[in-house]
Design a binder for this molecule. Structure first.
Ligand code: 13P
Length: 287
């Protein structure tokens, strides 16, 4: 059943857990994620990357994900991730997304607020808005080592969330969820992730809206289980899911080509890899 993202996250937090959100570039992965959620009896969030949503096929994918969410036996939300282009936001919502991350984190503070307010004005009161304060290193769609200089990876980095700005930012944007930068990165970490739990704690006492941890791939399970106790109700995964699927496909491809170009069976392995990852993550976050 399709469920408002803020309701899904708030009700998980009330039970002491967080909801995983998975980037889906395709329908096979989304089927696997929703299947794993149904198996576990827990809700899940399907994320669509802005580069996906910027294409006509991407908008059709959003419509298909909405149908999948409507028919699921557990709560499912469809969210446009990391959008900074208001046209992509309105197209994605028209196609069926019911939540948007209006991401002005690479902009100056006042411009970040203005982007979220413009998104609210454009999308109306029913679309759930996440906003981001502070910026993450890394590319959302292509993994790179977090040790690589940001300009080499084509990204700019705003740095850790300034907790002193949190109350003002939340009040002025009206955001319903807040994505934070506390040492998390998109893509691969160089060495062990060094999350700043002190910064997260400081943010958590300054706002009551649920917090969102992006860049969860590579953060050990023992760390992730602590998140909900600091009001992190949504945890975003992409790279690890892709790595698992691509490794599986690489291993399975030769045998399936030899077996009469057996795409159907290969898709079964794709599904199993994504479902295993989603199931493990659902179990970790509800520990
Ligand atoms: P990772 O690719 O590091 O898991 O980050 C995913 C993410 O934050 C999507 O918004």
């Amino acid at each position: 059943m399709r469920t408002r993202l803020d309701c899904l996250v708030t009700s998980a937090l009330r039970q002491g857990s967080a909801v995983p959100a998975f980037t889906c570039y395709d329908f096979t992965t989304a089927l696997a994620v929703v299947g794993a959620a149904e198996e576990s009896g827990r809700g899940v969030i399907l994320l669509v990357a802005p580069k996906t949503a910027a294409t006509p096929n991407g908008l059709r994918l959003i419509s298909a994900l909405r149908g999948l969410a409507d028919a699921a036996s557990v709560p499912v939300s469809v969210q446009l991730d990391h959008a900074s282009d208001t046209r992509v936001m309105s197209d994605a919502v028209a196609a069926g997304a019911d939540a948007v991350l209006a991401d002005g984190s690479s902009l100056p503070y006042e411009d970040n607020i203005a982007l979220v307010c413009a998104a609210r004005e454009l999308l109306g009161p029913d679309v759930v808005l996440e906003a981001e304060l502070g910026g993450l290193a890394g590319d959302e769609d292509r993994a790179f080592s977090a040790g690589q200089p940001a300009d080499e990876a084509g990204v700019s980095v705003a740095g850790l969330t300034d907790s002193a700005q949190v109350e003002d930012f939340v009040a002025r944007t009206g955001a319903q969820l807040l994505a934070v930068a506390v040492g998390n990165v998109h893509g691969r970490y160089k060495g062990e992730p060094q999350l700043r739990w002190d910064v997260l704690q400081d943010i958590a006492v300054r706002t009551h809206i649920p917090l969102v941890l992006h860049g969860a791939s590579g953060i050990p399970a023992e760390e992730l289980v602590k998140a909900a106790s600091m009001n992190v109700g949504k945890v975003n995964f992409n790279t690890e899911l892709r790595t698992g699927v691509l490794t599986t496909l690489q291993e399975q491809l030769p045998a399936h080509r030899a077996d009469g170009e057996n795409l159907q069976a290969l898709l079964g392995h794709w599904n199993a890899s994504a479902a295993d990852f989603a199931a493990g993550t659902l179990a970790t976050l509800s520990r």
